[in-house]
Design a protein around this ligand. Structure first.
Ligand code: TXA
Ligand code: MG
Length: 322
């Protein structure tokens, strides 16, 4: 597995070619790093599941370079979904839509819908355009971490986590640290009204303000039929045990807004000044706790403003690990 950090037209062309040949290419997006495979190549996708250690019935997000390719993967697209795509793509938003025949069971986990996203990171977009110009139709890319673990927001974190599982012909594209830092907002667009299945940088408030569309938050019975495993169980978890309440003990890691003092004996891992920075550095800080061999990390949750809802969603899941 090679890591590439100097991009030229020819390195991106080679990365596109590598995907077409069935290899895996990890690449940066504005949210987190993804581990990419050709969405139409069954054996490449099987390898992706193996490297991630992910159960085969968990669906993958198909990444495309523009809305123009939406019809290839999705059908019966509601008007509100078109509005969402026009407003927030390219960007940190995934739409769940009824699938076409192109979206096979091996990427949807057997469900009749498919997740689609146009990322905004320049390297991700350039890779997608290159891949599509060589005949590719979409790149499936889960976060480039082992199943249930913390998503990587830098290329070295991808290498640390996956290098032993990747083959010599696989690639990691290093596009620097991710700007958003938490995964995309997932919106279920298979019902009359849209519903957020996973909060992210595109918030319900933004959607209401820009489009006047009221998006349901949380999960009702209809949405529960949709399988979004990141939603319900322990996930995003470091090796250290995460605590969101109680008292710190000496030697605990500590993450909180910069205005909050470090308790005596605790080890400060991050001091974000606002929710945007909190999201950006959260996963790297959890990785740092593991590198330091800490057993416990104590985290003061941010407010629910802006990215705060997404951060709190991930923190609650990280703390669910027993
Ligand atoms: O920001 C992101 O979305 C990143 C970057 C790389 O694009 N990707 C990402 O993928 O977070 P992943 O696979 O780690 O998380 C996607 C979540 C999973 O919980 C998956 O079950 C859910 O989205 N998902 C994917 N397709 C779905 C579908 N058709 N229906 C319901 N949930 C779906
Ligand atoms: Mg993930």
């Amino acid at each position: 597995m090679a890591i590439i950090s100097n991009f030229t037209a020819s390195t991106l062309k080679d990365a596109g070619k590598s995907l077409i040949s069935g290899n895996l290419v990890a690449f940066p997006t504005e949210t987190v790093y993804g581990l990419g495979a050709d969405a139409a190549n069954k054996s490449a996708v099987a390898k992706l599941y193996q490297v991630k250690g992910r159960p085969a019935d968990h669906p993958l997000i198909v990444h495309i370079s523009s809305m123009a390719n939406l019809d290839k993967w999705a059908r019966d697209i509601p008007e509100y979904a078109i509005k969402l795509a026009r407003t927030f793509w390219p960007g940190p938003m995934t739409l769940i839509l009824p699938r076409t025949d192109l979206a096979k069971d091996f990427i949807t986990g057997g469900q009749d819908n498919v997740g689609l996203r146009v990322p905004s990171h320049t390297v991700a977009l350039a890779l997608l355009k290159e891949f599509e110009s060589q005949g590719g139709l979409g790149i499936v890319a889960p976060s480039a971490n082992r199943f249930g673990k913390v998503s990587p927001t830098a290329a070295d974190a991808v290498a640390e986590e996956l290098s032993v599982y990747l083959s010599p012909s696989d690639l990691i594209l290093d596009g620097g640290p991710c700007l958003v830092g938490v995964e995309s907002t997932i919106i279920n667009c298979t019902q009359d009204l849209p519903a957020i299945l996973r909060p992210g940088a595109v918030t319900a408030e933004m959607i209401y303000r820009r489009l006047g569309i009221a998006v349901q938050l949380g999960i009702d019975e209809g949405n529960l039929k949709i399988k979004a495993p990141g939603l319900l169980q322990s996930h995003y978890a470091p090796l250290a045990k995460v605590f969101l309440s109680g008292d710190t003990q000496p030697g605990d890691g500590f993450i909180a807004h910069s205005s909050i003092n470090t308790p005596a004996g605790a080890i400060r891992l991050a001091s974000p000044k606002d929710n945007d920075e909190y999201a950006q550095i959260l996963y790297e800080s959890l990785r740092l706790a593991d590198k330091k061999g800490l057993k416990r990390v104590f985290i003061i949750q941010p407010s629910n403003e802006g990215l705060g809802t997404a951060i709190n969603d991930r923190l609650i899941k990280a703390a669910e690990k027993i």
